[in-house]
Design a protein. Structure first.
Lengths: 722, 171
């Protein structure tokens, strides 16, 4: 029975602290046996807050080491947060984890998603879902208050994303909210996503393929209950102060140009802005209206998130400023304001105005020229097939462009009738469709994702060949080489790594971003963007590897990400560097529990430790492994023609490990680190497995030799020949 | 729809002026203001969400001047009441018996009146837009809409009739 009144929530079984904000139950659904049972949310909260912190704990407790992405033992664990559905801005988002199919190697991955599904699930009386087992035939899960059914999905299987959403709305009414997979997930394409309303997706981790392996096409929910926040006055304060909502009309505009800032090209289209989830006080999603459909003559709207802009034209990279990562208080602007184009007037009285406003000119990359229709087609293909746009637009398409420019495809057809040409709509349509349906040998290879595909094709050639078409505007047009494959770590593409996409950033910034990616399992830069106060910028530039403030800022970035994925907010709203208690206030407003900033930070450290323990226990994570994963991209020159130094990078990693309470040699947390955050039980299990290090008598310092990087060797060879 | 027109009610502006973002702030704040909770059946205003095209429409009582809901109420003037000064038809929660006659009498589809579970779950109560008649100033939904895409008017021209040319098949 859902909660229908305030008293229902306060007096929910197990809610000893009478918290509001939660619905009280997590549904467990076993697709093998079709059994449905329930887990008490209150056994996890407030200690694990909600969202990502709760799913980390459940994953640690329930998923066996050695489980693969497509194994029956893999679980899709999904959680809302206490702010979800309360009207606290961005609380409508939610988080999920599983062994990811997209990572290389397969390992624990997580993501968060917008849309209206999370709020509806809470209306039905549930805070989350644990989907386990595997169905023998296609199924979908239907939740309507107390009714939870696993039903045949034969008639849904094979439908594209929007077709499946429409079919479920037809069946259960327009108010029913769904998450669905498209053909990519059904065909176990490793970069398959899960989509909900507004084209919001779990894009990273390949969760769509995990659903496909479980024969799970969709989950649909409709609820009739209520959600209650604890403190209306505080809630209203948050609504009116979080990132200074515009509170002004936002009309549909007729636009006459589009493209990467600074390299726009003329085209006529209409554009609006919409929110991603219930209760948000921003509208950062750009809605491009009446674009071409990839599948019919119908005109379609689609959401343009940050990456989509490159589909239209990718001659030059994204320009940035120092202040995007090192803001001042006077000129701080949340990313949602940038995306909705509502950024405030600059404050010229800022004593650091010039420094933080310093432009960082983007590289000229010359991947493909302007074509609005081609861009809308690629976006529509990704939306309808249910695949990760990032991998397609930032990795696959540039790879195709670079390989072709360097003559690597001479004599090849990549399984397509259309000539290989990344500027050709016909070729892209055929190539992407082939990989989604695993047609042709080549389609089958690319269905495994770029990281695996280039290794199958021949790593040395199809990853490490030099692309000669990159020119740095930071160095007056100097040619600086790139490898043809823009891989960063863990089988993910570059993202704020200082080279390739979003490349022109300063060394302290890309070092920090890379360290965050190194200790992650997925592209962390869509969920853990690095930010630090400008006060420390000059010190960080003076010594990019050893600035203690950078290490503090990295940890703050990571902890803040953990918190916003748990209290539930979004990457654009949280954190606000000058409002450090904001998330604690959100939590208190939702639940009534007097959460403090320090308590939340400790919860974030606890959750980070659980994540670390999962990686060590389940995937053999250690220092050597993770440094080897990130090192290649650090050997590719940045826009200033600089690469990382092996000794210094290791020293920076040392500083980070020490700050986290991890052993320098292994990268494993010490027992006292676990105990400090209330995880003695985790320490016990790690100790039984021989995974808790002893403190060395002397400081460890044996970095060894750097791993060989083929691209760097190729570059040296080419220079010698020249 | 009605030959007799409407009193002032909440209207959605054309997207040339402001595009609804689908944030549902109007519905959420309505529920919180009236009942301290959010939910699909505690709001007098509902957002019909465009899952795929992201074009969203509000659904709210238009305060019909001939008041079929009021006429259908078996406890007329106790449960379903009428404010002669403002033209607002409203539900007195104390006296509503949750029979649903008003909901059925509403001429709109879906009905602009919904039923919520009453406190202690003893029966049901009707919920409809009362233009926040107990509060000063504009209705809560209008006050808190982040993009000012809703306002107050007696003109019943539905928003889709004045849609932006970019939304030819909105409904």
């Amino acid at each position: 029975m859902p909660n229908y009144t305030l008293d229902d929530i306060r007096n929910h079984e197990g809610n000893d602290q009478h918290l509001l904000g939660y619905s009280g139950k997590i549904i467990r659904i076993n697709l093998t046996t079709r059994d449905v049972s329930f887990v008490d949310t209150y056994q996890y909260v407030p200690k694990y807050v909600g969202g990502r912190m709760v799913i980390n704990r459940i994953f640690w407790d329930e998923v066996e080491p050695g489980t693969g992405a497509f194994d029956e033992g893999n679980k899709f664990i999904y959680m809302t947060g206490p702010t979800t559905g309360t009207g606290i801005p961005a609380g409508g988002r939610s988080a999920a984890c599983a062994i990811g199919a997209a990572n290389s190697p397969e390992q624990y991955a997580w993501g968060n998603i917008g849309g209206w599904f999370a709020t509806e699930l809470k209306y039905a009386g549930y805070d989350g879902l644990i989907v386990e087992g595997k169905a023998a035939d296609p199924v979908y899960i239907h939740i309507e208050d107390d009714t939870i059914e696993v039903l045949p999905a034969d008639d849904l299987w094979g439908l594209r994303v929007h077709e499946a959403q429409a079919a479920l709305e037809e069946r259960y009414g327009h108010d029913a909210k769904s998450m669905v997979i498209g053909p990519a997930g059904e065909n176990l394409v490793r970069i398959a996503s899960i989509t909900t309303g507004n084209d919001c997706v779990f894009a990273k981790g390949g969760f769509g393929a995990v659903w496909g392996s479980k024969k799970l096409k969709a989950i649909t929910v409709r609820g009739s209950g209520v959600i209650a926040p604890a403190d209306m006055e505080r809630l209203m304060y948050l609504r009116y102060h979080m990132n200074n909502p515009g509170m002004r009309p936002s009309p549909v505009l007729h636009m006459t140009e589009i493209g990467v800032p600074g390299a726009e090209f003329p085209v006529e289209y209409d554009r609006g802005n919409v929110a991603c989830s219930p209760g948000c006080n921003q509208h950062c999603n750009a809605l491009l209206m009446n674009g071409r459909s990839a599948f019919s003559d119908e005109r379609v709207n689609h959401i343009e998130k940050c990456v989509s802009i490159c589909t239209f034209d990718y001659r030059s990279d994204i320009p940035t400023t120092v202040g995007m990562f090192w803001p001042t208080k006077e000129n701080y602007c949340a990313p949602c304001k940038l995306l909705s184009r509502e950024f405030p007037e600059p404050d010229f009285s800022d004593p650091n105005f010039e420094g933080q406003g310093q432009p960082l000119a983007p590289d000229i990359l010359d991947f493909w020229g302007p074509d609005y229709d081609r861009g809308t087609i690629v976006n529509d293909l990704c939306n309808e097939y249910g695949i990760d746009k990032w991998e397609i637009i930032i990795w696959m398409m540039p790879w195709l462009a670079m390989c072709k420019a360097e003559g690597l495809f001479d004599g090849m057809d990549l399984g397509c009738e259309a000539p290989i040409d990344v500027e050709s709509e016909a070729f892209l349509r055929e190539f992407i469709t082939n990989l989604v349906y695993r047609r042709t040998d080549v389609g089958n290879i690319f269905a495994e994702g770029m990281a695996r595909a280039i290794r199958t094709l021949g790593y040395e050639t199809f990853s490490e060949t030099i692309y000669h078409g990159r020119y740095s505007q930071m160095l007056d047009g100097k040619r600086i080489d790139l490898p043809v494959s823009l891989e960063a770590a863990w089988g993910q593409s570059v993202h704020w790594q200082g080279r390739g996409f979003e490349g022109a950033i300063e060394k302290p910034t890309w070092l920090a971003m890379s360290l965050i990616n190194m200790v992650s399992t997925r592209d962390a830069q869509t969920v853990e963007h690095f930010h630090a106060k400008y006060d420390y910028h000059d010190e960080a530039v003076a010594d990019p590897y050893h600035c203690p403030h950078t290490i503090d800022a990295i940890m703050h970035t990571q902890n803040a990400a953990e918190i916003k994925d748990s209290v539930m907010s979004c990457e654009w709203q949280s954190p606000d560097l000058w409002w450090p208690t904001m998330e604690a206030e959100m939590y208190a407003a939702a639940t009534g529990y007097p959460m403090t900033e320090q308590e939340l930070d400790e919860a974030a450290c606890r959750s980070k430790l659980l994540f670390r323990a999962i990686l060590i226990r389940d995937h053999g994570r250690c220092r050597r492994q993770e440094i080897e994963s990130i090192w290649r991209i650090l050997c590719v020159p940045d826009s200033n023609d600089e690469v990382a130094d092996w000794e210094s990078w290791n020293e920076m990693v040392d500083l980070y490990y020490e700050a986290r309470g991890w052993d320098l040699e292994t990268g494993w947390p010490y027992r006292e680190t676990y105990e400090r955050y209330g995880l003695a039980d985790v320490a016990d299990e790690m100790e039984r497995r021989g995974l808790v290090p002893k403190r060395p008598s002397e400081r460890w310092h044996d970095y060894g030799e750097p791993p060989s990087v083929l691209f760097a060797e190729n570059r040296k060879r080419e220079e010698q020949l020249a | 729809m009605s030959g007799e027109g409407y009193a002032d009610h909440v209207v959605q502006y054309a997207p040339d002026y402001s595009l609804c973002t689908g944030c549902e702030t109007c519905a959420i704040l309505c529920g919180l203001t009236h009942f301290e909770v959010t939910g699909p059946h505690v709001s007098g205003i509902h957002v019909n969400l465009g899952t795929r095209d992201c074009i969203h429409h509000i659904e709210v009582c238009q305060q019909c001047l001939d008041r079929p809901c009021y006429e259908a109420c078996p406890k007329k003037d106790e449960a379903m009441c009428f404010d002669e000064d403002t033209g607002v038809t409203y539900v007195n929660q104390e006296h509503c018996i949750g029979c649903g006659m008003c909901m059925k009498a509403c001429r709109f589809e879906p009905s602009r009146i919904t039923l919520r579970r009453a406190e202690k779950r003893k029966g049901w109560r009707a919920v409809k837009c009362d233009l926040c008649r107990d509060k000063e100033g504009m209705p809560t939904c209008i006050t808190h809409c982040p993009v000012r895409c809703i306002g107050l008017a007696s003109d019943s021209v539905p928003v889709e009739a004045g849609m932006h040319p970019a939304i030819p098949n909105a409904l």
